[in-house]
Structure formats: structure tokens, C-alpha cells
Design a protein around this ligand. Structure first.
Ligand code: DLL
Length: 424
């Protein structure tokens, strides 16, 4: 179901005219919104077409951290209705501030996302992203209310309770990180229980691959779609895959997307992979111009089989800063995941260890669980996986195949796949 066809299926010329109008208004608003934006826009001409976007300054995570806590506000603090924050790994958290109108837009883009992932008004939706400062729980909750679905605010963790809700209630959809979806599905399978009515999982907040989606769908017995978003822009709901599964639709009337070369910042053509850059077209409290997400994807703008005309971004290959450089070779954890999951014996539970021995070269070890009941000789399988990984990644490494349940499951928060012991 398309929640707002008047925006989601708008002809591209009309959509782009709306984007330009909103972009122009945004730039004018930012000129005297706060010291930081005034300075950034000094001497910058107003955009006359979307093509002029490239002449506007970027904003970065570092700037956001420096402006902590409220340096980027574009409204008086008394106009705020809510704050969220993402912790990140170093330094100050990133604050996301919302006016009442921003929360309305958040509800709207999340309602579109839920509908895109198969949820209809009247359906029960279990929100298994964390509630609190994290944008996932309350964001999805607001989306349920806007859509007219029934939110079950389970939050993350407490797996026994999650399973009870799923097996006792006619819950149609669940929202969670893909790794937590897997935890729930594995537990159901191990306890030989079945969800009562579950058909859809909407997963995001961390990097995953289509191969992992296949595993999750099979194990959970659902149709799983990918949802993307970030605190700096609004939270979840920036982009959502529809049931045609041909990429994630960007909610383009609210967020203007570009793909740029992560090194030079120059725009890349449709279909080329690079860094996603996002501009908030309608945010009031904390608007951002050309935010460098560090997330790597590509974008196409053809109409989708589902009827939506909005641009679609591909599944993410990871983040610019997730990239491991091992003996000078770039390795993305997502590339490892893709190779592992081509082996039917292996499960999506894996970890990558990177070490630097005192006088030696960097070493990479991939540890992965096999499926329960898989007929195999772990050593032989590890050998085969090593060979395949070496061919794909072009580096030498080791693989260890371990039994199901060996690798610790994360029940709340984001999965941590890489343990880089070079930096410890
Ligand atoms: O993770 C918001 C969110 C909540 C998205 C629930 C989806 C569902 P942050 O904590 O600020 O916000 O983290 C944002 O997470 O820049 C990406 O690197 C990563 N990320 C989010 N969704 C995806 C996805 C929320 N579907 C950062 N695929 C982003 C890959 C994702 N990475």
C-alpha cells in the first residue's frame, strides 16, 4: 500500500520543482538560523536550480559534534517538542531536535515506510527497536499512529517477552535490527514455536546484506524489507524498501539525496556507488544542508514496479569509516558477509577479528557459525570458505567454523561484527 500517493508517485518534474522550492526556502532560512550556518553560507549564492546544489557547502558529523549540544538549532529552544540522541563511538553524542511539525513529518515518513514494508492500517506492529534517546523505537511508534496501525512498544531486548507477544497476539509486522530479528527467529525455531500472524519484518539501523535477508526470511517465515535513516537527518524513515525489493525509496519531498565521491566530494552519476549526502528539505528545528552520511550506496531514479516515482538507493556496502584496511587492501565487512552466506551450511552469525602481531603483518580471522544440523566437516568447510574469501577480497586470511550459539548475540543496540584489535 502507498500511504501518500500524492507525494510518493508524483511525476519527477513536479517532485523536482517542489524540491527546488523547498531548497531555496531552506537556504534562506539557514542564512540567519545560527552562527554556524550563517558563516557557512556567507557569500554563497541562492540555488536557482537543483543543479546548483553542488555549489552549496557540505555539513559533517565533526561539525555537528562541535556544535554540541544545541549550536545548530534553527528555532528558539522553547519551540522544541522532543530531543533524541545517538551515542556514536567517540566524543559527544549527536543530538536530533524536533519541533511539533518535525514530529508530524517524522510520523509521516515512518507511516510511508511501514506501509511500504507491508503494514496496513489496523495491523498490529511490534516495535522492537529501542525506545529512549535512540530514534528507532519512538520513531516507529509515531509511524504506527500516523498510519493507523496498532503499535506494540516492546522496545529492544527481553527476548522471552518478545516471543510471547509474537506467539500470543496477531502481530502482523515487527521492526528491529536485522541481527535482533535473527535472534528472535533462531529462538522461535529452537523452541519449536510459531508466531501467530507474523508476515513482515522491517529491519534496519545497521548494515546487512541481501544474503542475510534471505536467511532471515527463511528462518522467520516473513517478508523482510530494509529501512534506513539517521539521527542527524530525522531517524528511521529517510528511505524504505517496498515489497518489489528493488532498492530503498528515498522520501524525496522531505530529503534531497545525492551520491558523491567520498574523497573528492564531486557528484557521481546515477548507478555509481559513493557516499550518500542528504539535505533536509522540511526540518524546522535542526535543518541540515548536504550532510555527509559516510554511508556508501548508489541511486537510481526510474519509476519502480510498485508505482512509486521516488529515487531508490541500493543496499549499503557499509560506511566509509567501516572499511578495514588490511595490509593496504580495502575490505568491507559486507563483502565478507556476502561470501559467507553463499555457503548454505553457514549462518549469518559471524565476527571478523583483525590483529597486528608485534613485528608482523596484519592478520584477519573470520569466525562463523554453521547451521544446526548442517552435514559438514568444519575444517574442510573452513578451507573452502577461506579460498572463496581470498578470491573475492584478494587478501590472505583465516576462517574458523564454530558451532551454533558460540558467538554472543546482541539483544539491544547494534551488532558489532568487527573486532579490530590493532586499535585496542
Ligand atoms: O540507526 C536510525 C534507524 C533506526 C534506522 C531504526 C533504521 C531503523 P543512528 O543511530 O543515528 O540512527 O545511526 C545511523 O546507522 O548512518 C548507517 O550507518 C546505519 N544504518 C541505519 N540504517 C541502515 C540500513 C539509526 N538499513 C547509521 N543499512 C547510518 C545500513 C544503516 N546501515
Amino acid at each position: 500500500m502507498i500511504f501518500q500517493p500524492e507525494y510518493e508517485t508524483l511525476e519527477r518534474h513536479a517532485l523536482e520543482a517542489l524540491q527546488l522550492e523547498r531548497l531555496q526556502a531552506l537556504v534562506e532560512r539557514l542564512r540567519d538560523a545560527n552562527e554556524i550556518s550563517t558563516e557557512a553560507l556567507a557569500g554563497v549564492a541562492a540555488p536557482r536550480s537543483l543543479g546548483d546544489l553542488a555549489g552549496l557547502p557540505f555539513s559533517t558529523k565533526a561539525e555537528m559534534r562541535d556544535a554540541y549540544p544545541l549550536g545548530l538549532l534553527a528555532v528558539p529552544p522553547e519551540n522544541l517538542a522532543r530531543l533524541h540522541a545517538s551515542s556514536g563511538t567517540t566524543g559527544n553524542p549527536t543530538i536530533g531536535a524536533y519541533t511539533k511539525e518535525d514530529l508530524r513529518v517524522f510520523g509521516e515518513v515512518m507511516a510511508r515506510s511501514l506501509a511500504g514494508g507491508g503494514i496496513a492500517p489496523g495491523d498490529m506492529f511490534q516495535v522492537a527497536w529501542g525506545y529512549g534517546l535512540f530514534t528507532g523505537g519512538l520513531g516507529a511508534h509515531g509511524g504506527c499512529e500516523t498510519l493507523g496501525a496498532c503499535a506494540i512498544p516492546a522496545s529492544s531486548g527481553n527476548t522471552a517477552r518478545q516471543l510471547q507477544l509474537l506467539t500470543d497476539l496477531p502481530v502482523v509486522g515487527i521492526g528491529c535490527t536485522p541481527s535482533y530479528g535473527l535472534v528472535l527467529a533462531e529462538r522461535l525455531r529452537a523452541e519449536r514455536r510459531r508466531p501467530k500472524a507474523l508476515r513482515y519484518a522491517i529491519c534496519g539501523a545497521e548494515s546487512w546484506t541481501r544474503e542475510m535477508r534471505d536467511e532471515l526470511e527463511e528462518l522467520f517465515g516473513v517478508v523482510a524489507t530494509n529501512i534506513y535513516g539517521l539521527t542527524e537527518i530525522i531517524g528511521p524513515g529517510v528511505a524504505q524498501e517496498c515489497l518489489s525489493k528493488q532498492g530503498l525509496h528515498v522520501q524525496e519531498d522531505h530529503f534531497l539525496a545525492e551520491i558523491v565521491d567520498p574523497e573528492t566530494g564531486t557528484a557521481l552519476a546515477d548507478g555509481e556507488r559513493g557516499e550518500l549526502v542528504l539535505t533536509t528539505l522540511t526540518r524546522e528545528a535542526m535543518p541540515v544542508l548536504r550532510y555527509r552520511t559516510r554511508d556508501l550506496t548508489s541511486m537510481v531514479r526510474e519509476r519502480c514496479a510498485c508505482g512509486r516515482t521516488t529515487a531508490r538507493i541500493d543496499w549499503f556496502t557499509g560506511r566509509v569509516d567501516d572499511m578495514l584496511v588490511i595490509r593496504g587492501i580495502n575490505v568491507f565487512p559486507s563483502a565478507v558477509e556476502e561470501v559467507l552466506l553463499r555457503f548454505s551450511e553457514l549462518s549469518p552469525n559471524y565476527r571478523i577479528f583483525v590483529d597486528r602481531p608485534p613485528h608482523g603483518l596484519d592478520q584477519m580471522l573470520v569466525e562463523v557459525e554453521h547451521h544446526p544440523g548442517a552435514a559438514l566437516d568444519p575444517d574442510q568447510l573452513a578451507q573452502a570458505v577461506t579460498t572463496r574469501l581470498r578470491e573475492t577480497l584478494m587478501i590472505s586470511l583465516q576462517t574458523r567454523v564454530v558451532s551454533p550459539g558460540t558467538i554472543e548475540r546482541i539483544e539491544a543496540g547494534k551488532a558489532r561484527r568487527v573486532i579490530d584489535r590493532r586499535t585496542l
